[in-house]
Design a protein around this ligand. Structure first.
Ligand SMILES: [Zn+2]
Length: 324
């Protein structure tokens, strides 16, 4: 697990290198309680918008220590995230807007979204923020049992929700919605599309949610056919990225088209077309092409493809033309 075969990890990925979730001990409430009260414990607060607190002058998470948590958020139940850098890490889900704003003042912190600071934060902190945000979102969304409508209570240190109706008692687990995202190639060109509302010149790899009864590879073939009319043959896994915006997992693939004809079937895209590496280089240079944000797996898929096809480094190109 420590050897990553890819040129680099996707943003928010790779948390296993720094975090031990100790998932098997979440039910040991005494043990978790002792950790939460220990001097090493650190708490990450997530506000109702899913934003967190940062040091004002630098891109670093503003973790609360035990005394701060006790003083300001002692009434909130903490969820155990695991051990990172030998410190037990906890999540505090702050549900009240006024309280979340007051906390920013008390901590002398600024609030920021995952999208805003995902690339600025050190990789481990970006991953921990994504983890905390995803769990906080699920906790907020899971107030009632989906089967019988009775209230639920969080158990397993915030990682499961149990129905309080004795006749039901069902357990609910955090949801992750799988989405496939793919760079499709045909004779040295790649398929990219754009939606009507996107910034001018923005093109992205095609993507969509996996449906019930569907393997990931089948979802790739269906999505590409629906969105572009292109028929895909070989599909290969590339990499994945947690995407808690609010609760997805992006699963990235490379694929080869067997039939390149473009027909926009479901009108989700305004345009889809084939690009050579030179088309992309020229488009970046003259401002007619804008890749997906570097935060995204789409950017990484394109970057990987350009490197393989033409030895072209997308980061270098983007930096070169960024000041235009
Ligand atoms: Zn129930």
């Amino acid at each position: 697990m420590d050897r990553n075969p890819l040129p680099r990890l996707n943003t928010f990925a790779g948390l296993s290198h720094v975090l031990d979730r100790v998932a098997e001990r979440r039910d040991e409430s005494m043990w978790v309680g002792d950790l939460a009260a220990s001097a090493q414990a650190r708490y990450l607060a997530i506000d109702p918008l899913g934003e967190t607190y940062l040091h004002p002058g630098r891109p670093a998470l503003r973790w609360l220590d035990v005394a701060e948590r006790e003083r300001w958020l002692g009434d909130l139940k903490a969820s155990f995230l695991g051990f990172a850098h030998e410190q037990p890490r906890f999540l505090l889900t702050v549900d009240d807007d006024a309280r979340a704003a007051e906390l920013a003042t008390l901590l002398d912190a600024r609030r920021a979204s995952l999208r805003e600071v995902g690339l600025q934060l050190p990789a481990d902190e970006a991953g921990l923020f994504a983890y905390g945000k995803g769990l906080a979102h699920w906790q907020r969304e899971t107030r009632h049992c989906a089967y019988c409508g009775a209230p639920v209570v969080l158990v397993a240190s915030g990682h499961r929700a149990q129905c309080t109706n004795n006749d039901c008692g069902r357990m609910h687990f955090p949801r992750t919605d799988a989405a496939v995202i793919v760079i499709v190639e045909y004779e040295g060109r790649c398929l990219l599309g754009r939606q009507a509302g996107w910034p001018k010149g923005r093109y992205s790899t095609l993507a969509g949610f996996v449906e019930p009864g569907e393997a990931l590879e089948d979802a790739v073939r269906r999505e590409v056919a629906e969105e572009s009319g292109v028929l895909v043959g070989e599909v290969r896994y590339h990499s994945s990225q947690p995407w808690p915006l609010p609760q997805s997992l992006m699963v990235g693939f490379t694929a080869k088209a067997v039939s390149p004809e473009i027909r926009l079937r479901d009108r989700e895209l305004e345009e889809a077309r084939w690009f050579t590496p030179q088309d992309i280089v020229d488009g970046l240079a003259n401002g007619s092409f804008l890749p997906s944000p570097p935060l995204s797996v789409s950017y990484h898929l394109l970057s990987h493809w350009l490197q393989q096809q033409a030895g072209t480094d997308l980061d270098t190109l983007v930096a070169q033309y960024a000041r235009r």
